[in-house]
Design a protein around this ligand. Structure first.
Ligand SMILES: [Ca+2]
Ligand SMILES: [Ca+2]
Ligand SMILES: [Ca+2]
Ligand SMILES: [Ca+2]
Length: 255
């Protein structure tokens, strides 16, 4: 009996030691990771192009496709010459603010007014890794409240513009002239060290987005659009002017 107890105790100790080891790996330093992510993204953008010729010569908006610049495609213009580069601030738990690049490709311009970072968008999306593995997609258009998505998605979205739609006699809705593009974001503006089944930790992500509609929001109903009170100091976090723990866009007595 004693032997069994000692054996169980030993197994318990081994298991708990292993758990400790798993728990003490701290996340990587954000300032180091962003350099690596920027290199990886810019390498992708320099070695790939998109089917821009199809977008130019087509009444119907084609699907956005990335391919490598090689062989018969050696003369194609690389994405790096076509994307818009901006920086977004990421604020760490310690309060340090670190600049992160976001790259946006606009393949089709769109016609409506761009959303703010806090609006709701009706869109289709496809998420891929830098090795072009698909990790997520919408099978039908979906409404997204931009305050609930990853920072890179939220901060890149105001570069795109929505389109227009018509409904035919069979109640089928058709969208046209919508904004279509892609956002390339470093891992800290996506899921960072939170790996999931299809997204390894520290993955930079690419989202292809068709922006169909934009709906302005006023989450707290105080008459101030959420976009105007979301992140005016630009630190990547929702502002909280009266420091009561409720961000301005959810606080109807903040001013
Ligand atoms: Ca408001
Ligand atoms: Ca802020
Ligand atoms: Ca507040
Ligand atoms: Ca408010």
């Amino acid at each position: 009996m004693k032997k069994i107890i000692y054996t169980l105790l030993f197994i318990f100790l081994v298991l708990s030691c292993n758990n400790d080891e798993n728990e003490i790996i701290p996340p990587r330093d954000e300032s180091d990771q962003v350099i690596q992510d920027q290199n990886d993204i810019e390498n992708f953008l320099s070695t790939h192009f998109y089917n821009y010729e199809e977008f130019q010569n087509n009444d119907i908006i084609p699907e956005l496709v990335f391919d490598t610049i090689s062989g018969e495609n050696l003369n194609k213009t690389p994405l790096i010459n076509q994307v818009l580069k901006q920086t977004a601030n990421y604020t760490t738990n310690e309060g340090e603010t670190i600049e992160h690049p976001i790259y946006t490709l606009i393949a089709n311009e769109g016609i409506g007014n761009s959303p703010t970072m806090a609006d709701s968008i009706y869109l289709s999306y496809e998420g891929i890794l830098l090795d072009k593995t698909l990790f997520d997609r919408s099978f039908a258009p979906i409404w997204f409240d931009l305050t609930t998505v990853v920072q890179g998605f939220r901060e890149g979205m105001p570069n795109l513009r929505p389109g227009e739609f018509s409904v035919d006699s069979n109640n089928v809705t058709t969208f046209k002239n919508y904004g279509y593009g892609a956002i390339f974001m470093p891992s800290r503006l996506a899921y960072y060290n939170n790996a999931s089944a299809l997204i390894p930790e520290y993955s930079s992500l690419i989202f292809k987005i068709k922006m169909f509609l934009v709906r302005e929001t006023d989450h707290d109903g105080d008459g101030i659009p959420s976009g105007e009170e979301y992140d005016n100091d630009g630190n990547g976090l929702p502002d909280d002017s009266d420091e009561d723990g409720k961000p301005d866009y959810l606080d109807n007595d903040d001013l």
